[in-house]
Write a protein that binds this ligand. Structure first.
Ligand SMILES: Cc1cc2nc3c(=O)[nH]c(=O)nc-3n(C[C@H](O)[C@H](O)[C@H](O)COP(=O)(O)OP(=O)(O)OC[C@H]3O[C@@H](n4cnc5c(N)ncnc54)[C@H](O)[C@@H]3O)c2cc1C
Length: 396
């Protein structure tokens, strides 16, 4: 097994590293999460950052050239992902476009849809949000009730979505709607693309326990959507929806985030003294760090195996669910260890003078818990891994 990068890949990494060193400070957003803000100027800065990154050739490297990509192999993309985290570059405001609807359209979209939407996803000229969850349909997504009736050349959409991240600044939504109320629940769903400026859409903020505003409720009151905005076939949206979920689960379990978080935990433990010595010298805490580090390493090799499958064109199996399950729980466990290491100081929020590590951890601890739930909870990932991966009998 060869786990080394080629000299060309290493050269690519060095050039990128230099570029990030020069350009991340210019973004004015170092280490920021542009998806957790309602500040319009931060969103505009985040759009400009994605555009700058795209112009430099570092966005969606594997996408077809025809739609603005470079058709490079996925190894370069994984190098970009790693270096972005290493440089504490701001997250990409168009992340859902790049990681979820973009790859879905490449596989399922019509030629016209690809030409119309993909280039604007790359440059963040259009930001997307995901309209899946509803009150009463989260884990049981196929129970969704927002419905669309076909009238002439249009769908007329009525209903409600919830937990819609970024809906307060998104330009477009990829949305699941019920188009055949009489069909079995997985068969009467369609996948449509909705312009968020359409009349009849109301977006109401939901504030998280972190204090940030990243998700919303979205209401549809006779919203008209052109029929050409259907992706895949009418009533067969479940297949398309699952393609998007696959990409989402991969994104949420990104290994680089765990590596970065682990490095930050070790630095924190070195800086805290207990009984006259740094926490890293405490045998119990060292054991805890070792357990977490082993999980980080396991995630890294899991990621490399997935990457090899992609390069060799092998069909991915349940790896994305394993990624999502293991990665998001690991990130939360790392944050929990940091909170415990800080003791009483863990209660100090951002802005408090005495807070340790600029109060990064209390926020991260709450935020990372959200990701254990978002994109399908750990229970649901375990069900899928058991049923589809391990071929165990269905529970229902
Ligand atoms: C940070 C964050 C961002 C999100 N962003 C979006 C977004 O942009 N767009 C969007 O559409 N949605 C979004 N969501 C919603 C997310 O997809 C749902 O929260 C998730 O699918 C769980 O659904 P639910 O909240 O309705 O919980 P429920 O489905 O009500 O689950 C409640 C509990 O029951 C358990 N459970 C349910 N069914 C089973 C079962 N069959 N077996 C075992 N246990 C079960 C669950 O694991 C959970 O612990 C986001 C959520 C979070 C936290």
């Amino acid at each position: 097994m060869d786990l080394e990068f080629t000299p060309q890949e290493e050269e690519f990494r060095q050039t990128l590293r230099r570029w990030l060193e020069e350009n991340v400070p210019l973004s004015g957003l170092r280490g920021a999460d542009p998806n957790a803000t309602r500040d319009k100027s931060a969103i505009e800065k985040a759009r400009a950052w994605q555009r700058r990154l795209y112009d430099a050739g570092y966005v969606a490297l594997a996408w077809p050239k025809e739609y603005g990509g470079q058709e490079l192999d996925p190894v370069r993309q994984s190098i970009v992902n790693e270096e972005m985290v290493r440089a504490r570059a701001p997250g990409l405001v168009g992340g859902m476009g790049l990681s979820m609807i973009g790859p879905t359209l490449i596989s399922w979209g019509s030629g016209e849809q690809k030409r119309r939407y993909l280039p604007k996803i790359l440059t963040a000229d259009e930001i997307w949000c995901q309209g899946y969850s509803e009150p009463g349909s989260g884990s049981d997504l196929a129970a969704l009730r927002t419905h669309a009736e076909i009238k002439g050349d249009e769908f007329v959409v009525n209903g409600q979505k919830v937990w819609t991240s970024g809906a307060h600044y998104a330009d477009m939504m990829f949305c699941l709607v019920r188009t055949d109320p009489d069909a079995p629940k997985h068969r009467g769903i369609s996948y449509i693309l909705i312009d968020m400026r359409s009349p009849g859409i109301t977006v109401r903020p939901l504030i998280q326990m972190t204090g940030a505003h990243s998700f919303n409720e979205v209401f549809f009151d006779n919203v008209r959507v052109p029929r050409e905005n259907l992706v895949g076939k009418l009533n067969e949206g479940w297949l398309v929806a699952n393609a998007t979920l696959f990409h989402e689960r991969n994104m949420l379990g990104a290994t680089t985030t765990s590596q970065q978080s682990m490095a930050r935990l070790i630095a924190l433990a070195r800086s805290i003294h207990r009984n006259g010595r740094p926490l890293t010298a405490d045998p119990l805490f060292r054991q805890r760090l070792a357990d977490l580090e082993i999980r980080v390493e396991a995630m890294k090799y899991h990621m490399l195996r997935q990457l090899t499958d992609q390069v060799r064109g092998r069909n991915p199996g349940i790896e994305a669910m394993v990624n999502k399950l293991a990665g998001t729980e690991l990130n939360h466990d790392i944050a929990t260890a940091a909170m415990e290491a800080m003791g009483d100081y863990a209660m100090l929020a951002r802005g408090e003078e005495a807070a340790l590590d600029r109060a990064y951890w209390p926020y991260e601890w709450m935020f990372s818990l959200g990701l254990v739930i978002g994109g399908g909870t750990s229970h649901i990932q375990k069900n899928i891994i058991a049923e589809r991966g391990l071929k165990m009998p269905k529970s229902r």
